[in-house]
Design a protein around this ligand. Sequence first.
Ligand code: ZN
Length: 343
Amino acid sequence: MFPTAIAGSLPKPDWLAEPQKLWPQWRASGEALAQTKADATLLWIKTQEDAGLDVIGDGEQARQHFVHGFVEQVEGIDFENKVRMGIRDNRYDAMVPQVVGPLRLKGRVHAMEAQLARAHTKRTLKFTLPGPMTIVDTVADQYYGGGREGRIKMAFAFAELLNAEALALQADGVDIVQFDEPAFNVYMDEAADWGVQALERATQGLTCKTAVHICYGYGIKANTDWKTTLGHEWRQYEKVFPALAKSSIHQVSLECAHSHVPMDLMALLEGKEVMVGVIDVASDVVETPEEVADTIGRALQFVPKMKLTACTNCGMAPMDRSIATRKLYALAQGAELARQRHG
Ligand code: ZN
């Protein structure tokens, strides 16, 4: 009951990359960089296990950013000439690469960290990839013609590539492949209309568990400012959850701790396993186990006991490393307390 997991990313140690940045510069290059990426991956596997988490991730230590880490390994993308573009409906500006030709994988994307993680933990291993719709929202299109049709074509092209990598991750021994789709919370109509279908294309043929993470973003200023404009009740999930409930995706990861998301929206995910965000990634205040257990208790009104995983609201990449570590311990201790309360 109540297994614990992180949404995906963890802070990079400052010997690996600039700390507390969303697009950090690496400290090393070439072989030395490959070694520090592997070292940081191992360190976080050990830390997650020590904290007592049940589902282990690689902490996304080997990718600069959760979208561009994948896109870097795709042919047909010009990474040399990035352009400034408003992403997530212009919530913030990012320097994004341009799609300039047919898309093809250059080879494996995440073999190193997936195989390393599998060799060093016996616990359930979850691996994250960006979702097709979110990738489309994080690159500049010079090839697919733009507009709704262009977005759909490009999303399905990325979905095919994601599917190839997801199948390879499964062969590496990954137990859960999760796709991160923060864009589902921004373009709600398109998410329900074709985003979920593109996501299902990315999971085609997988026999391991599949998951999708939908959130209100990292705890960076652009996101916390955006949240202040969303009003008293955040109902963004309302449009996409019914489409996900009908889909083949097994698990849905959502924001819940310190959030204005009405808890009853989780009832729209009937039949799904729900990764309930019980750790706030936009606050440096470390939750107490009691707070974590209380959030789990409130979610239990709408999620069956055996379908609830306790999770972080979102990735922790831009956080202080020691605070993130203490939050992992709070997550595990809070879930344990909830097991005592509800067992
Ligand atoms: Zn997130």
